[in-house]
Design a protein around this ligand. Structure first.
Ligand SMILES: Cc1cc2nc3c(=O)[nH]c(=O)nc-3n(C[C@H](O)[C@H](O)[C@H](O)COP(=O)(O)O)c2cc1C
Length: 370
């Protein structure tokens, strides 16, 4: 009787996972269609704008954009320099060899800054999620907490962060490279006092696309020197992370600055023709060694994508836009997707002889050359 129940439960579970997968795939197809439509409609001049990193626009895109009915097939289908497209192609160009002998049931538990988590799959540092659900920022955090996953949070107000922490999510606050360093110190202090397990800065958001300092929703940005970043690191009561590193030489600078970690990320295509994060990851890992954790984001959509990043040297990965369409369905839906991705990751670990997060082996990965 018990085994019948188990089989039934596992069938129900697989059905649920399949349903979520189908939903996510539909959303991805819809988003690609929207991107293509945009490219046809506005022409090459506006393609930079499609790739723009205005977080507000990015948040609005899933519900705001509309597909045109009866559109003609494009002559130039999709902009070749779209960093998201290039990143997807790179993920899909990586193949695995299987390794069954001496393999066993894997352990996906993950330790970071003295805390234990169920999975190396974390949420990404998002903001302005009220476009996706009225209480989007809290739903997103509660989803991560329910999966016992690390939660990242992007720019936002002091009270918003306090509400996020109140969901129980163990959170990492990413602060913008504000022109006003005093406000940065205040935000570091506040995040630590509120209970964030770490803080950091997305240094890739200092410039606008036209060679000036960026202004994000009225907040003036400015690039930061190594000396300024070192001051933030030294002032922070909790570990300080730099987000937006895409080159081994910058990772080396981070070593000298004394950071507690970096995020390898092109910030959903801040620059067109960006290298995919997984392409630069092995070289960055070589420079960094085991001196600090390396997190990766941009375009993760499955446990398989996560596996490839971990095999190539990531300590853990973040998932952002892939989870956004689920916010309207509540924290349970976000958590179910993180759990399903973790289950897929575990399945591949078992079949490639990886028993835990410390035993990934990059030689499992082959670059498709046919
Ligand atoms: C709506 C939205 C808001 C974001 N806000 C921030 C932010 O405030 N700070 C930050 O460092 N990154 C922010 N990001 C970038 C993400 O952290 C991440 O680097 C990027 O989306 C790539 O990951 P993904 O492909 O999994 O979404 C935002 C992204 C989106 C889509």
């Amino acid at each position: 009787m018990r085994s019948i129940k188990l089989v039934f439960a596992s069938a129900l579970n697989s059905k649920r996972i399949l349903k979520i997968n189908r939903k996510m795939n539909k959303e991805i197809t819809r988003r690609n269609a929207i991107k293509t439509m945009g490219a046809i409609a506005v022409g090459t001049a506006a393609l930079g704008a499609l790739n723009s990193c205005d977080e507000n626009k990015a948040a609005a895109a899933p519900s705001g954009a509309k597909e045109k009915k009866g559109a003609v097939a494009p002559a130039i289908p999709v902009f070749a320099g779209d960093s998201d497209k290039i990143t997807r192609e790179f993920f899909d160009s990586l193949l695995l060899e299987t390794r069954y002998i001496d393999s066993d049931i894997p352990d996906t538990t993950f330790e970071l800054f003295g805390h234990k988590f169920a999975t190396p799959i974390m949420t990404a540092a998002l903001s302005h999620l009220f476009n996706n659900a009225p209480d989007g920022m809290n739903v997103y955090a509660a989803g991560a907490a329910k999966s016992n996953a690390v939660h990242w949070v992007g720019m936002g107000e002091y009270d918003e962060l306090e509400q996020i922490i109140a969901t129980g999510a163990k959170s990492i606050r990413i602060i913008k490279p504000l022109e006003d360093n005093k406000e940065i110190f205040r935000k570091i202090e506040h995040a630590a006092k509120s209970g964030c397990i770490a803080v950091g800065m997305d240094v890739d958001h200092s410039f606008s696309g036209d060679g000036h300092y960026d202004n994000v929703l009225g907040l003036q940005m400015k690039s930061k020197s190594s000396a300024e970043l070192r001051e933030f690191v030294q002032a922070s009561p909790v570990p300080f992370i730099i987000k937006g590193i895409m080159s081994p030489s910058q990772a080396e600078k981070c070593l000298k600055i004394g950071v507690a970690g970096i995020v390898v990320s092109h910030h959903h295509g801040m620059v067109n023709y960006s290298c995919p994060p997984l392409m630069v990851l092995p070289e960055i890992r070589k420079v960094v060694g085991d001196k600090y954790p390396i997190f990766v984001d941009c375009g993760f959509e499955s446990g398989m994508d996560v596996y490839k990043a971990l095999a190539l040297g990531a300590t853990a990965v973040s998932v952002g836009r892939h989870l956004m369409p689920l916010l309207k369905d509540g924290a349970g839906a976000v958590s179910a997707r993180i759990d399903a991705m973790t289950a897929e990751l575990a399945g591949i670990m078992a079949r490639t002889g990886v028993r835990d997060l410390k035993h990934f082996d990059p030689t499992v990965i082959h670059k498709r050359n046919f």
